[in-house]
Design a protein. Structure first.
Length: 537
């Protein structure tokens, strides 16, 4: 038996070692120079990739960060990608920030295990899609790495499908040709196919390596042409060639930037409240997801005035003793950040610009990472309170609070700081509440017309066999007998049917009676409790 246990332990250790070998620690910091296709002297811009492994709540995650800027005839763009995946390359969360000309947009992505939600900050759009391994999406520069982890080992001649996140400005259909051209922002994905051509020796910076050759084609738009890729043994891009430009890995940031300065990409603090594009319409959420009315101009003005008052209090607190100063700075900074989240959701350009000024001033007085952690804790507390209320309107507001928390979690201000992991844990907890709230809202919508007609308590005599233990003159004796005891059970009347505790409701899937009370009934829908009062109260 001991030998079998030892063999089992050896086999388990071997499987763990193989798993660790297949999921190695990552630490990559790669720079790329962008030049004109066919002319390496024509400089167009740079790309910077970072990929590392981080530990959150006892599990290993991959953090992917990408930034870049390209300036070429007819194209001026800059972008940031900040995404987190598990070691099987399943998305956890992420954010894209893209600027094209004067237009700047920010798109957040959150995966709850069943659906992928992408929310555009400006203009306000939300896209919720079912998730499957076949429909997964990755940032374009990360796709070869993800495909290698999913489909290794590669073989020449293979064709691997994949998708990448995309968004675009599409022209609106005009009813009258004389109308002014208008555009709407569209969240979408691009379907791609990667053909594995084979391997060859290639120069990677100053070292020759065996690399893979791939060709990328858009499945939905094959006429757009083929993009050639060279990737190293880990699936990380060495060279990416399009008909217009070539992205090639170089030694460091000095070579990548070619002696130029990129203010937007390297300006330091990322400003999540900056907005250039003002939406002409805000798309409504799906039916059944009621959202609160947006603040009025009077309410927006009041928020800004309160934020300014808290900033003044922070400035005054700088002359106080350390203990009092820290307490006031933390509390006031947290409040300002909470106001900032409400202002951002208004999409009022002037109000957002003013709030940004207040945030910048507050950031100079109090460490942004500590302020972010304090704000994140306050948001999670508010999320819990709204969830515990079991009120439908309060539950509907949780999604917006989680989105604000996601913005804080992906901020570059906290990147690499101890607060980052703490905020990530708070976000994970918030996402659980968000998903549970959505389930409760769904259950409430399905049971809104389901009212109990009454509750009955039935008493009926039932026979029970019992065994009695006796001692007679020191000897133990047992006697079996049958007793009739009154047993009561409650019944609730719903529609034309009667239900006991534990019974499923026939008309609605995944709905059961959990508890019957004198004043109503507690139902369970997909693990969540929904209370319905007699008389619909």
């Amino acid at each position: 038996m001991r030998r079998l246990i030892c063999l089992a332990l050896i086999a388990t250790a071997g499987s763990i070692a193989r798993a660790q070998e297949n999921r190695p620690e990552l630490k990559e910091d790669l720079w790329y120079k962008v030049t004109q296709a066919g002319d390496d002297d024509k400089y167009y811009g740079f790309v910077h990739l970072q990929l590392d492994s981080v530990s959150e709540e006892g599990r290993t995650l991959y953090h992917f960060y990408e930034e870049g800027q390209i300036f070429m005839p007819g194209m001026e763009s800059g972008w940031r990608e900040d995404y987190t995946f598990d070691t099987d390359m399943v998305l956890v969360r992420g954010e894209s920030l893209v600027r094209q000309g004067d237009a700047e947009v920010s798109v957040r992505a959150v995966f709850d295990g069943k659906t992928l939600t992408r929310a555009c900050v400006t203009p306000a759009i939300e896209q919720v899609t079912p998730w499957s391994r076949e429909q997964e999406c990755w940032p374009s520069y990360l796709i070869p790495f993800a495909l290698m982890r999913r489909h290794s080992p590669w073989e020449a001649g293979q064709e691997l499908p994949a998708s990448t996140f995309a968004f675009s400005m599409e022209p609106k259909v005009k009813k009258d040709p004389s109308e002014k051209d208008e555009f709407e922002f569209v969240l979408s994905t691009r379907a791609l196919v990667f053909a594995i051509k084979g391997q060859a020796k290639k120069a990677v910076v100053d070292l020759e390596q065996t690399c893979w050759m791939l060709e990328e084609t858009a499945r939905d738009k094959p006429q757009a042409g083929v993009i050639s890729l060279v990737v190293d043994s880990r699936g990380l891009i060495v060279e990416r060639s399009t008909p217009a430009y070539v992205v090639r890995r170089v030694k460091d940031d000095v070579a990548a930037r070619n002696g130029k300065k990129f203010i937007w990409a390297h300006g330091g603090r990322r400003d999540p409240f900056r907005t250039v594009m003002k939406p002409k319409e805000v798309r409504k959420p799906p039916i059944g997801q009621k959202t609160p009315d947006p603040p009025t101009q009077k309410e927006i003005k009041a928020l800004l005035e309160k934020a300014a008052e808290h900033l003044a209090a922070m400035q005054t607190a700088m002359n106080l003793p350390e203990q009092d100063r820290e307490r006031i700075l933390a509390e006031r900074s947290k409040t300002i950040n909470l106001y900032a989240g409400q202002i951002r959701d208004t999409h009022d350009a002037q109000a957002i610009a003013r709030m940004n000024e207040i945030l910048l001033a507050a950031g100079k007085l109090y460490d942004p990472a500590r302020a972010a952690l304090s704000t994140a804790r306050a948001l999670l507390k508010e999320i819990r309170e709204k969830f515990d209320s079991s009120d439908r309107e309060m539950l509907a507001r949780i999604a917006a609070l989680v989105a604000n928390l996601a913005v804080i979690a992906s901020s570059q201000e906290i990147s690499g700081k101890p607060e980052q992991a703490q905020i990530a844990q708070l976000l994970q907890q918030a996402m659980v509440y968000d998903q549970r709230a959505k389930t409760m809202i769904e259950g409430m919508d399905k049971t809104k017309d389901l009212q109990p007609n009454g509750v009955m308590v039935v008493h009926s005599p039932e026979p029970f066999e019992v065994e009695l233990g006796l001692r007679l003159l020191g000897a133990r004796m047992t006697v079996q007998t049958t007793l009739k005891l009154p047993v009561s059970h409650s019944v609730v009347l719903i529609g034309s049917g009667s239900y006991e505790e534990g019974d499923p409701i026939a008309e609605i899937n995944n709905l059961t009676v959990q508890q019957i009370r004198a004043d109503g009934v507690v139902l369970e829908y997909m693990g969540e409790r929904i209370t319905i009062q007699l008389g619909g109260k």
